[in-house]
Design a binder for this molecule. Sequence first.
Ligand code: LLP
Length: 861
Amino acid sequence: MSDGNSRWIVLKFGGTSVSSVANWKNIVSVIKQRKAEGFSVCMVHSALSGISDKLEQIIAQAPEKETGNLVQEVKDRHYDLGRDLDLPVDELLSDRFDEFEHIVKGIELIGEASYRVQARLLAMGELMATKLGAAYVQKELGEGTWVDSRDCIKTIAPKNTSERSLILSAISETDRDPAVQKQVEEAGPVVVTQGFIGSDAEGKTVVLGRGGSDVSAAYFAAKIGAERLEIWTDVPGLFSANPQNVPSARLLNHLSYEEAQEIATNGAEVLHPRSIMPARKHQIPIHVRCTQRPELSGTVISDEASADEALVKTIAMRKDVVLISMDSLGMWQAVGFLADAANVFKRYGLSIDLVSTSESNVTVSLDPGLNTHFYDVREPFIEELSQLCKVNVIESVSAVSLLGRRIRTILHQLGGAFEVFEEHKVYLVSQAANDLNFTFVVENDQADKLVRQLHEHVITQSGNQQSFGLTWPELMGEQEEDVRDQSVWWKEKQQQLLDIVEEEGPSYVYDTQTLEKYAGLIQEIEAVDRTLYAIKANANPEVMRTFHSLGFGFECVSIGEVHRVIELFPDIDRKDILFTPNFAPKSEYEEALELEVNLTLDNIYPLQQWPEVFRGQELFLRIDPGHGHGHHKHVKTGGVHSKFGIPRFEIEEVAELVEELNLTIKGLHAHIGSGIKDPLSWKRTAIILHEVAEQLGGVDILDLGGGFGIRENDTQAHLDIKQVNESLNEFKEAEPQYELWVEPGRFLVAVAGVLLTRVTQLKGKGQVKYVGVDTGMNSFIRPALYGARHTIVNLSRLEEPNSQSVNIVGPICESGDKLGIDRLFPQCKEGDVILVANTGAYGQVMSSDYNLRAPAKDVVI
Ligand code: LLP
């Protein structure tokens, strides 16, 4: 028993933390250390990882009586851990297991679980796990008392709270509570208790909602007047962005309560948003730390020394937000509109997050996490709201937020990051009244890219070093996924590649096996009858031979490309070549017709101005479907802002010319852009071309273009070829009369190519470090031109851990001569070989002799 004057510390250990022996060793040593520092310890303990999910599954499946396996799995997890910890599991848990099975039987019998019964079942996860935890602590330290947190965390029932919330998402007072303090003191100096659970005024079990263990820990800290609250979890703290999306995201060394609240509320899953207020109220510092790596100092949340300069600390993102846009002319004249509308939200229990208003529109967002029942009430809710105004529900959008202090004063710094908005709609912008939050709502598939761009502009380039710590890979000594993935071809051929640079200097190297692999993937699209390789992506003769031998045709954009194909394959059927020029001189069209290759016109002008060239010919027409798509605005080739294709409003005029000049329109063509990851894009194009074909009549072939995207670095998604296949099959089934063609470039060659270059010099300008290499934008212009981010590794040191963040720069006299910015790298030495991955497409073909520096050579292996 403690003496009543002890200094307490609350340590919360999450599910992953309490699920392995290795972690338990760390837990015990942390407790020992805190004891040595003079603290009494209140350990708040979660259920074993994955158990709460299983209990929820049991609730869902109990009415069907299909819980047998799940119940056994839950028990086995505790048996396994108990055995690993050398504990007598039966002795410790047999009562608990009985109670657990008893509750499950009850639900099966009645056929459903009331909120009360759900709470009792969910609480079992913590009740079982803490029995093991307490016994282990007792065994290792000779002290450690199990306390039932239902005796300490008494919950309250605020007005207007639903029964469900009172039982399954309950809250407690945050005042100091002498009774709880006494209880804990008496059980001390080492107490092991449960997170997540409490009891209500009737003494019945309730739970605090998912992630509620953090909240329990904060309640305990507040009630017993702890000096510190430590949240031990499986990540090393809070970061300036999600490290999975932004590998260069930095650890946040220190946050004010206000900032932490904002970050937790806006999507960081490390800390429950409700856990901050109780600590803040009593000025109890919160330390977020990593159980696997107890030596790291983590993130400290307190009000100490929150300097006053403006600073963005985090770029946060919440996916799948729902926007409700309400339109009504003269809304503001109608007194009480907002109140009436808000009332409808209230009646359906929907809590509004962001709001933006104009003369005739109010748009609000619903955070999916706080409105999990939205889809249940959607229809009646919209119907009721529609009585007040015109309602539009916008889905598949994400909220991207800049979080920090005095954000308004730094908006001018954001300039470059907003480039991404130029072509993409921003659905809502909102600036929080507290000046801690500036949020944009954008399409889901733009959100990751926007987060990265904002992070780079606002955090990486901020130069502020005090607030930001190391990156995740620096902290954890991890490698990027591409480097860990043993099956990446350039990893398997590492030595061969190193030898090539030794001999040839800077080189592009293409791997024939990988070319064939990607050709095979395109051939999986069954609905496609003909594939033409777009040689603009890579016109290397060996590469072209590979595709020729696989039976592919060729798509060419200049008469030079047509000649290249004919020179290499003199016997090729000329109709295996499709020439698709854009604003080319008259002579190229004449030559193409003479060479008898397929020719595409993408403008009405040649027909109007040079009718004699085309009279009686068979042609393809390139149509502008009216929209473009692609990885960057420079490569979107549809819509009025693009110079390509015949607009649909000219089709009637075209039809007249077709008749007048006695033309045969053999095929229609569209290519809307490059680097597309939306698998339905080609089907959409097919549908539009089919509509135009109906207008013109007599069309046999629909060429759906190229544009198939690849993954340029390990934060990007793959294009789902299966879905491309399925969607085109659907089209083909509906319209079997057409031959379907595609003309991929990038997809076939990008991954098969790497650029190899050697380190020349190293430089450090304070925190910004440069690794100089012997070729740059003269060989590979995509990073400078499109901001493309390709995986880059030090091929000479693949096994070494990353320990720094660097810019990889070439020898060209422009500041834009960067192959990669803010990359995690091992320490480098002069002569090391640097590999830029996925550069087989639009690499060598776009290189130049700029600065009279010869670009990298081509090597095919
Ligand atoms: N067909 C036509 C008519 C094209 O204009 C293009 C590419 C393709 C097919 C092949 O597109 P792909 O499958 O490779 O996406 N330099 C830029 C890409 C420009 C694409 C130009 N047209 C880049 O590095 O991203």
